[in-house]
Design a protein around this ligand. Structure first.
Ligand code: C2E
Ligand code: MG
Ligand code: MG
Length: 688
């Protein structure tokens, strides 16, 4: 680049002497013999360095250069002066109008060296100016901190992005920008990288002055001194909010159906895989539904594609409204939709959802002014019953959907026919069950228990019965699981307790010998919050002493989350009632709990009793259980005793009590009273 020097002096001799001297160094040299002429020259040419005489008529060198400073601040200005002018010159230097001065007469070598230095100065200034322009105009935020993270410099883009003016943040640490979204470890790693490599780069969430949190792409570089020690850090960053939004939009497009906004096939399979992994771990079920609009093609053909599109959108809305948040509706394409029910407590609830969906289509859809009645056919496949893998679950649901079409459309079908029948049955049962309590369809039966030493009736088990108009008496084996799944077991269980305690109290009031009444408690009841409270309330209300109530729990209650349940059991025991373990031997018997839990009685399951007289192994089991129970000071009762032979064997083995058809079938309270009268009469006769 050409280096231009302007010489200003009113003495032509000096001008030519300087020109001769300095042209050797290759500068382009302009000359003027007054300040005014110099200013005129500066207007038209780029000048880097000016040497001006101080003493000139009309305008002194300092006056001239002061004006130049205003007009052309980037020039480097030098005064040539006699000693007597030093005062004015020194002042001009301190004002910045003059960069340097030479005393007359000058030394040639010194003069050349100083001019060279002045041009070097020009070069440095030029570079600084360029950097400043970059710093000022770049769209990247720039922040310079010291080694402790205190902000020293911030550019306009910093202000534009963060909302902080430079002077608001200078002197503060960079923590002012922290959003709280990164943890301590994140910043620790960042500093470690800076210490190790002098560099860190990554995405980070920061907070603007307005409080808004935004993503930025940040690069931090360490600046070292000549000894290699870090002195500053330069941070460059971009606001990538828009970029993130775009990425999200694209990701959404990849995974969603453009017409309905529903997840597409890709996302559906994704969710299905995740859900499968989940239920495989926790042993739950899930359902995949295939749904196809009936005669969708007719709509498309007769009303046109835009009507068809509208119909699909409405369908998507209705489907979404009828599933839970955690389930997924997807559009696979055309008029095919799929639904994933991810956590199924029972197969019946898949049927319920299908019913709900079919119901939702019963309202007509208004499409372009036409009232359309549209129906759908649904196929359902269940993991793990129908298939284990995503692909085959989908295939089976698809096959089931075609069967639904064959069955006349507007219905749902399970993949397995057995499941179909069961689902229907259960649905019917469930809806009836919901009203059974209000309608007074539940009743209790009582089955006596006898002490084998004294021959006395010392207790009875309460067994729930459901008396329906259509089906007569329904076995608890059929409806208890359903009560549990629907949560109805809680109100019904409470009703059972209340009824049983009241009945026992009434028998005692009627003068029957006091007996203990055994009530079955399901796992669901056992974990209910206020169980202990509600039992003590019932005892109080019915006036029954706690010792005459026994709760039958199953082994499974004692298997998991042992300590919490242990507390409940202890609290129950503390009220003075009795605890029995029902169906002993059928669960994953762990003998260790028998020691830890406050148990009074062990009920040997009827399956052992049944086979005892035929299978010596069962005799051994019963014998062992009795020995073990006695060892732990528990009472043993055998249930399901039907024959004298079984009774004799149990007696020999040292069993304490029995219950079973041999004594009596479960009886209604009324019949039970008669039975008890008869027992007392027989005994009385025997004694008398
Ligand atoms: P569980 O507690 O083991 O009740 C004994 C079952 O064996 C009763 O069946 C009873 O009728 C039957 N049984 C009694 N003696 C004999 C016999 O000699 N031979 C044969 N083959 N069976 C006999 P049930 O009444 O059908 O009750 C079935 C299960 O339903 C009960 O088993 C119990 O777990 C549950 N359950 C009954 N009532 C309630 C209730 O109020 N609440 C809860 N949570 N569960 C109940
Ligand atoms: Mg029982
Ligand atoms: Mg039992």
């Amino acid at each position: 680049m050409e280096r231009t020097l302007l010489l200003v002096d009113d003495e032509p001799k000096i001008l030519s002497a300087l020109r001769r001297l300095l042209s050797r160094d290759g500068y382009r040299i302009l000359t003027a013999n007054s300040g005014r002429e110099g200013l005129a020259l500066l207007e038209n040419s780029d000048v880097d360095v000016i040497i001006s005489d101080q003493r000139m008529p009309r305008m002194t060198g300092v006056e001239f250069l002061s004006e130049v400073k205003e007009l052309f601040p980037q020039t480097v200005r030098i005064v040539l002066s006699a000693c007597s002018d030093f005062g004015a010159v020194t002042e001009a230097i301190s004002m910045g109008a003059v960069y340097n001065f030479f005393a007359k007469p000058w030394n040639d070598g010194l003069m050349c060296a100083n001019v060279k230095e002045a041009f070097r100065r020009v070069e440095v200034n030029r570079k600084n100016n360029q950097l400043t322009r970059v710093f000022e105009s770049t769209i990247e935020g720039i922040m310079i901190t010291d080694t402790r993270g205190v902000i020293r410099v911030a550019n306009p883009a910093f202000t534009a992005i963060t909302g902080y003016e430079a002077d608001e943040v200078i002197g503060q640490t960079a923590k002012i920008l922290h959003s709280g979204r990164q943890d301590k470890q994140f910043y620790k790693d960042m500093w470690q990288s800076l210490l190790d490599t002098g560099h860190w780069q990554g995405e980070i969430w920061n907070r603007r002055k307005s409080g808004e949190v935004y993503p930025e792409l940040l690069a931090i570089t360490e600046i070292t001194d000549s000894y290699g020690r870090a002195v500053q850090y330069v941070a460059l960053f971009n606001d990538i909010t828009e970029q993130k939004k775009n990425e999200e939009r694209i990701a959404h497009q990849v995974y969603h159906d453009a017409l309905t906004g529903l997840p597409n096939r890709l996302l559906f399979y994704d969710r299905l895989d995740i859900a499968l992994a989940h239920v495989k771990r926790n042993g739950q079920k899930l359902a995949v539904m295939f749904l196809d609009m009936d005669r969708f093609k007719n709509v498309n053909d007769s009303l046109g594609h835009s009507a068809g599109d509208l119909l699909l959108q409405r369908t998507a809305e209705r489907l979404t409204q009828n599933i839970r948040k955690e389930d997924t509706v997807a559009r696979l394409g055309g008029d095919e939709f799929t639904v994933l029910l991810s956590q199924l407590t029972n197969v019946g609830s898949a049927a319920e959802v299908a019913e709900k969906i079919l119901d939702a289509f019963k309202r007509p859809m208004n499409i372009d002014g036409h009232e359309l009645f549209i129906t759908a056919s649904i196929g359902i496949s269940i993991y793990p019953d129908d298939a284990q893998q995503a692909e085959s679950l989908m295939k089976n649901a698809d096959a089931a959907m075609y069967r639904a079409k064959d069955c006349g459309r507007n219905n749902y079908q399970f993949y397995s026919p057995a499941m179909n029948a069961r689902a229907l049955e259960r649905l019917a049962l469930e809806s009836k069950l919901r009203f059974a309590l209000q309608r007074g369809e539940f009743m209790l039966h009582y089955q006596p228990q006898m002490d084998l030493y004294t021959g006395q009736i010392i207790g009875m088990e309460v067994l729930l019965r459901w008396n329906t108009k259509d089906w007569g008496l329904v076995s608890p084996a059929e409806f208890i699981p359903l009560l549990e799944e629907t949560g109805l077991i809680l109100p019904v269980g409470e009703w059972v307790l209340q009824q049983a305690c009241a009945q026992n109290s009434a028998w005692q009031a009627d003068g029957y010998p006091p007996m203990c009444i055994a009530v079955n408690l399901s796992a669901r009841q056992f974990v209910q919050q206020n169980l202990v409270r509600s039992i003590t309330d019932i005892l109080e209300r019915t006036g029954l002493a706690a010792q005459y109530l026994e709760l039958e729990i199953t082994e499974s209650i004692m298997m998991d989350a042992v300590s919490a349940k242990l507390k409940v059991l202890q609290a129950l025991k503390a009220t003075g009632l009795q605890i029995a373990v029902d169906d002993f031997g059928t669960g994953y018997s762990s003998l260790s709990y028998l020691k830890r839990f406050p148990i009074d009685t062990i009920k040997i399951d009827q399956s052992f009793v049944r086979d005892m007289t035929r299978d010596p192994a069962d005799v051994a089991i019963v014998e062992t259980v009795i020995a073990l129970a006695h060892n732990l000071k528990h009472k043993v009762i055998a249930e399901g005793v039907e024959t004298q032979e079984q009774l004799a064997l149990l007696r020999r083995l040292g069993c304490d009590e029995i219950q079973g058809y041999l004594l009596s079938r479960p009886l209604s309270a009324e019949v039970m009273s008669e039975w008890l009268d008869q027992q007392l009469y027989v005994k009385h006769q025997a004694q008398g």
